[in-house]
Each structure stands twice: as structure tokens, then as C-alpha cells.
Ligand binder design. Structure first.
Ligand code: ZN
Length: 159
């Protein structure tokens, strides 16, 4: 069985950026995703196509196929009075869009009442180096295809 559309795939992975491990699956707890549903970044999903269980590989994903290129226009100046809480440089905070969606941003610097915030994803502009092993592949259920994500025991128990 090869990784193709509408399959639930379990992978072990290690993500290295700029020579540092920044994320990895826990032993025995692979990441499950629905192939073709954009659950994972495009470059990684593309590299997984047609792989089989037991395949281990390394893929270097450029920013364009990862978290996007770094856009300087996503850095904006806001007023310190817009914040309810104390702010800390380098910390990630969350704001709510008019449509109710939540998006993260980071504090770059504070000058008096001016706060410079960065709405770029933290990994924008970065090349993502993945070491991946395919642990399991199965057909997705109808529910999973409708929801666009895998249902793994004890995850998504609310629906
Ligand atoms: Zn669901």
C-alpha cells in the first residue's frame, strides 16, 4: 500500500531548523494525518506521496513549501494600550480576527508606547529539515474524509 489521497498515514518525524531540533514525535506516538487534506505542510505531504510503510527518508522543505517566505509587511506597530496583559519581547500572543479566527503573533520590540509585532509564522522564511519514517497507512473512513482529518482513538472524542 502506497501513500495516496484519502489515506490516514502515521509518521515518526524529527524537524530540524538551522541545525536545531525544534519538533519531533514522541516514541510510539506517531503523527497521524489525512493525506491530501493539507493537514501537514505542503512540502512534507508532497515528499510522502507514494511512500510505503517502513520507508525512512530525509526531506529539506524550502520556505515556499513550508511556512511561507518572511514578509516584512507583516510586522506592524501597535500601541501598548491595546494589550490587556504585560508584554514580553519574543513571546507569542494570540489575537482575534473580525471573523473570530485566532492567529498568533510575536513581540519584536517595545519603544515607549509603541509595540512592534510580527504576524509572520515563527518558521516563515526557514528551510525545514524533516527526518521521516512511515509507520502505518490505512484507508480513511467516510467521517474522516468529511472532516478532513484523521480520527485516532482519544483524539477528536468530541465529534
Ligand atoms: Zn473530526
Amino acid at each position: 500500500m502506497k501513500v495516496t489521497m484519502d489515506q490516514v498515514v502515521a509518521i515518526d518525524y524529527i524537524l530540524t531548523v538551522d541545525g536545531q531540533i525544534i519538533d519531533q514525535s514522541e516514541p510510539g506516538e506517531p503523527l497521524h494525518y489525512l493525506h491530501g487534506a493539507q493537514n501537514i505542510i505542503p512540502g512534507l505531504e508532497k515528499a510522502l506521496a507514494n511512500k510505503v510503510v517502513g520507508d525512512s527518508f530525509f526531506v529539506s522543505v524550502p520556505p515556499e513549501e513550508g511556512y511561507g517566505i518572511y514578509d516584512p509587511e507583516n510586522v506592524q506597530k501597535v500601541s501598548q494600550s491595546d494589550f490587556d496583559d504585560d508584554i514580553e519581547i519574543g513571546e507569542t500572543y494570540f489575537a482575534e480576527n473580525e471573523d473570530g479566527s485566532i492567529y498568533p503573533f510575536r513581540i519584536l520590540k517595545v519603544e515607549g508606547d509603541d509595540v512592534w509585532v510580527d504576524f509572520n509564522p515563527e518558521l516563515a522564511g526557514k528551510t525545514l529539515n524533516f527526518e521521516v519514517t512511515v509507520c502505518a497507512i490505512r484507508e480513511a473512513t467516510e467521517d474522516e474524509m468529511i472532516h478532513g482529518h484523521p480520527h485516532v482513538s482519544d483524539e477528536h472524542s468530541d465529534h
